[in-house]
Design a binder for this molecule. Structure first.
Ligand SMILES: [Zn+2]
Ligand SMILES: [Zn+2]
Length: 245
């Protein structure tokens, strides 16, 4: 199986990178992790068959992770001519946020009846959610007000474990989410600045011995972090880069 970075940028286009969207494919798996505002463009640029995707896992409702949903849905309806069911799974509040996002992007669009079955699943932190051959463990991370859920994910699929921090400042939860994972995708927003609600490279590097993933890839880097080629010992994501698992 493999994971391709369709987009690994931050919210503000640092490095000219697309917003967050990872595409995971295996023998029977075909899903996205996050679908940021620019993700439909990025999926098309990467030549991805959107109708093949049957699940979109959302970490949180910021536009650079969730804002591509209205474009994906309307493209599926009107251009990709989707007929296969689609599931979107994400934090509590997903159903309301879905309607809000659709209505903001294209007023009236939340009432359009799709020609495909659409399921919106709100995931409970700490509880494994199973769907066919995929197991997803969501965990709450720290990226905004405490009453709004932000998720990291540990995904077990076809004997591999993919973990993703989402956007978050350091929290001990990440140890459980990432422990011994085959692939640990970690936000590395700043190089060393410890700003609230985001993870810096320095903090991550200090904590990684507690997590011990088999492979680490840094994502969601700002311009300063992108400029630091020296002194960064872990692999960095690139738009289009593929990791074989
Ligand atoms: Zn983000
Ligand atoms: Zn965010």
């Amino acid at each position: 199986m493999q994971l391709q970075f369709i987009g690994c940028g931050d919210a503000f286009g640092s490095g000219g990178r697309f917003n967050t969207c990872f595409h995971v494919t295996g023998k029977r798996a075909n899903f996205l992790i996050d679908c940021g505002a620019s993700s439909l463009v990025a999926l098309k640029r990467a030549g991805i068959d959107r109708n093949g995707v049957d699940l979109i896992l959302i970490t949180h409702f910021h536009a650079d992770h969730f804002g591509g949903i209205p474009f994906f849905i309307l493209d599926a309806q009107f251009f990709a001519k989707r007929t296969r069911p689609l599931t979107i799974a994400g934090p509590r509040g997903l159903t309301d946020w879905y309607i809000r996002a659709m209505e903001t992007a294209f007023p009236g669009s939340s009432k359009t009846k799709q020609k495909f079955e659409l399921s919106l699943i709100e995931l409970a932190p700490g509880q494994v959610w199973r769907r066919e051959n995929i197991e997803v463990l969501p965990a709450l991370v720290r990226h905004g007000p405490p009453d709004v859920p932000f998720h990291a994910y540990r995904v077990s699929v076809e004997d591999r474990i993919i973990a993703y921090t989402g956007d978050t400042e350091w929290t001990e939860t990440l140890i459980e989410i990432g422990r011994d994972a085959d692939l640990f995708i970690a936000e590395s927003y700043f190089y060393e600045k410890n700003a609230p609600l985001h993870l810096s490279y320095k903090t991550l590097a200090e904590k990684l011995p507690l997590i011990r993933p088999k492979r680490v890839v840094l994502t969601h880097m700002n311009d300063d972090m992108l400029a630091r080629k020296e002194g960064v010992e872990f692999e960095r994501a690139e738009d289009g880069k593929t990791i074989v698992l």
